[in-house]
Ligand binder design. Structure first.
Ligand SMILES: C[S@@+](CC[C@H](N)C(=O)[O-])C[C@H]1O[C@@H](n2cnc3c(N)ncnc32)[C@H](O)[C@@H]1O
Length: 256
């Protein structure tokens, strides 16, 4: 099996990753040799005798800032180690970065090598961003204590898009966001549970009816929960006809 992606994660708290990277699908992806996750402790690159990595901010203010030296040291070490790889992104997890979405995850999954840098405390000295970082990624408009959870989110979202990681028969193409819409409802056995039944069409074995039902459900869910997503979706004539009917049924609106 060929290694398809190497993800180096630079952090002050490598122990935080042991659960997510050693369980379930991400564990299996590593065992199969599809992905390598490598944790790099930024503290190992501290050059002072107490191995400190942070200091007070110039100009005053609360909290501590991670110094540039150990982060430069860690990144330069990784770049030297992986010098034979050319397709690479060096990404800083940062609330000011580009919001992570399925498009960005798919984009990152095309690379051969990702370096994810986790900030902590008040963040990392700005010169790291200026000199070494190619991307800044945010996982949402809220502030976490560190970049470790965001790095796990990015690693998971990207890893499952690597061919073979989810298994040969599992497709990511019909999932929420992959075509810009939310996914249709899913059911499994039993056929009836607590008086609730599975929609008849899913038991019919009629593939075209099932496809149409799922498409209609996707469109209805997106309309009800995330109408903003329609700004990015290319709708065909069948979709437009479904939406016209849904809106007419719901609101008595005739958009024809
Ligand atoms: C407490 S935060 C620092 C926030 C920074 N002082 C600011 O106002 O932008 C510490 C670290 O957590 C990470 N972090 C926090 N929230 C994040 C988010 N929403 N997305 C990505 N990373 C985040 C970043 O690595 C950041 O350097």
């Amino acid at each position: 099996m060929v290694i398809l992606l190497i993800i180096d994660i630079l952090t002050l708290f490598p122990e935080m990753f042991s659960g997510p990277l050693t369980s379930s699908i991400l564990k299996r992806a590593q065992e199969r040799g599809l992905i390598i996750f490598n944790l790099v402790n930024i503290r190992d690159f501290s050059t002072n005798k107490h191995h400190t990595v942070d200091d007070t901010p110039y100009g005053g203010g609360a909290g501590m800032v991670i110094c540039p030296e150990p982060v430069f040291g860690a990144i330069e070490h990784i770049l030297a180690l992986r010098r034979q790889i050319s397709r690479r992104r060096v990404s800083l997890l940062c609330p000011q970065g580009r919001p992570l979405d399925q498009t960005l995850a798919a984009d990152l999954a095309q690379e051969d090598h990702l370096v994810l840098i986790c900030g902590h405390y008040e963040g990392i000295d700005e010169r790291v961003r200026e000199k070494l970082v190619t991307d800044e990624i945010s996982i949402g408009d809220y502030i976490l204590t560190g970049g470790e959870l965001p790095a796990m989110v990015v690693a998971d979202a990207v890893a499952r898009l690597i061919p073979g990681v989810l298994g040969e028969d599992t497709s990511t193409e019909e999932e929420s966001f992959s075509e810009g819409l939310l996914e249709y409802p899913q059911y499994t056995r039993p056929r009836e549970y607590h008086g609730m039944t599975v929609p008849d069409v899913l038991l019919s074995g009629h593939h075209e009816d099932i496809r149409k039902w799922r498409r209609r459900q996707s469109l209805m869910r997106t309309l009800a929960r995330r109408p903003d997503l329609f700004a990015q979706v290319v709708l065909d004539n069948e979709d437009k006809a479904i939406l016209r009917k849904v809106l007419y049924d719901l609101q008595g609106l005739d958009l024809s």
